[in-house]
Design a binder for this molecule. Structure first.
Ligand code: ADP
Length: 447
């Protein structure tokens, strides 16, 4: 049975739900379709936090930041490939979007450091709780309170259109039955394609055989659906690996653990990189080590900074030892080398100067037992490329014309992150642009 609504949103992750909440609050009738039996997609896996510049929480800690500095860091991290207009929106709207999330019930008041940032800018969930878990709790409550219709087990398979004008979508439910959802506006928020090895290798052949941190639903369904509308794609070959993923089981260890003080050590027991370089740089450095893996090493003080780390231990990922020498035994690296490496690192922390590798985030000497280590290697993490949008989140075709009634936000889009996404920018991306998409789609349908 076909149904009719003002706006239909494809995907119930962070971008889709931000859009749904904003559009509903503007008075539009919204239907969200989600192919999985649950909401959240890759957003469920977001661990670190949300980057935002010039917030009251930074101010309270005496951190000097601005959208301009955030822009410069992100542009540098993205290898100057980022779309300047989209990046301007991301950085300038970051703080107000964080406050918007807090108005919905989120708590993002804790500030920390993440890779590629020149100041503490990543805003974390309460008690170091993974930010994605926290935000999906908040969004879930909003969906209930606002009465937003989310159709689970419902997969979008086609965008309905007449010429350059979008008319809704065709969906398929679990039993393979299909029907149309007629709508004046469609918002694509279906995420990336990091769990689609065929597409990944097609666009970046050197990632053949890599593991992935992605939710299984990140298959890039939207890319096929937009073809008939001649939609333009941006940076589609830009695919990021996350440096610290446990090999074979593909469990990601959050970048925040390095921001909190963990170091990277190779099989010779030696450090080899400033651990807080951007993901592309750190990934490349790990792939140059013996066995293409390395270890994260931390002590009790780092371990106690976030509840996630205890979870890693309970999952059997973090190995615990009472001394560095015992830890070296578990890691199968030379104990004397590991002890010397940690001693030198502690000297660098004391001196606030890491002469050898140039690490600037030097807060914690690794001196408190127990010590912990986990072996890691890079895996496919984020697809920076996707459909081309303008700053109003309208989807653009190859003639540079906006497809009428079609909007997109989140990992399905390209341009925001350029050639490399900075940790903490996915959450900013999905919420800033999700909210804009919701507002603009509502305005487009006359609400
Ligand atoms: P973002 O971070 O951009 O919000 P997520 O990965 O968190 O992206 O969310 C995207 C959601 O879209 C996932 O829950 C995924 O299962 C869903 N999805 C992907 N393709 C489809 C599709 N064809 N139909 C319905 N839902 C889809």
């Amino acid at each position: 049975e076909d149904i009719t609504t003002d706006i239909v949103i494809v995907g119930a992750g962070g971008a889709g739900l931000s859009a749904a909440i904003e559009a509903t609050n503007a008075g539009a009738k919204v239907v969200v379709v989600e192919k999985n039996a649950f909401m959240g997609g890759n957003t469920n896996y977001a661990t670190g936090g949300m980057n935002a510049a010039g917030t009251k929480y930074q101010e309270a800690k005496g951190i000097q930041d601005s959208p301009a500095l955030y822009y410069a860091d992100t542009m540098k991290g993205g290898k100057d490939l980022n779309n300047p207009e989209l990046l301007k929106v991301l950085t300038e709207k970051s703080a107000e979007t964080l406050y918007w999330l807090e108005s919905l019930g989120a708590d993002l008041s804790e500030v920390g450091r993440s890779g590629g940032q020149s100041v503490d800018r990543i805003h974390k969930g309460p008690g170091g709780m993974p930010v994605g878990t926290h935000l999906m709790d908040v969004f879930g409550t909003q969906v209930e309170t606002l009465g937003i219709e989310v159709k689970l087990n419902t997969k979008a398979v086609e965008i309905l259109s007449e010429g350059n004008v979008v008319k809704g979508i065709k969906v398929e439910n679990k039993d393979g039955n299909s029907y149309n959802i007629n709508a004046k506006a469609v918002i694509l928020a279906s995420g990336g394609f990091g769990a689609n090895p065929e597409l990944v290798v097609k666009f970046k052949p050197e990632l053949e055989g890599f593991g992935t941190t992605n939710a299984p639903g990140a298959k890039g369904d939207a890319l096929a659906m937009v073809e008939k509308l001649d939609v333009s794609l941006t940076d589609i070959e830009q695919i990021q690996t996350h440096p610290t993923v446990v090999p074979r089981i593909n469990e990601m260890i959050t970048e925040g653990i390095r921001g909190d003080g963990a170091i990277l050590v190779n099989h010779d027991g030696l450090r080899f990189i400033d651990e807080l370089k951007t993901r592309d740089v750190v990934s490349k450095a790990i792939l140059e080590q013996e066995g293409k893996t390395a270890f994260l090493v931390l002590d009790k003080q780092v371990y106690e900074k976030a509840s996630t780390y205890e979870k890693y231990k309970n999952q059997g990922l973090l190995k615990e030892a009472q001394t560095l020498s015992e830890l070296a035994g578990i890691m199968k690296v030379d104990a004397t080398a590991l002890e010397a490496t940690v001693r030198e690192y502690n000297e660098a922390v004391k001196a606030k100067s890491d002469v050898e590798f140039g690490r600037t985030s030097l807060d914690v000497e690794l001196i408190s037992a127990p010590y912990y280590a986990v072996e890691i290697s890079p895996a496919i993490h984020h697809t920076m490329g996707g459909v081309t949008i303008n700053t109003s989140t309208q989807v653009m075709n190859n003639s540079g014309v906006a497809v009428e009634g079609l909007f997109a936000a989140g990992e399905v889009t390209g341009g925001v992150h350029g050639g490399n996404r900075i940790g903490g920018n996915a959450v900013t991306d999905i919420t800033v642009f999700g909210k804009i998409a919701g507002a603009n789609a509502a305005a487009f349908v006359g609400k």
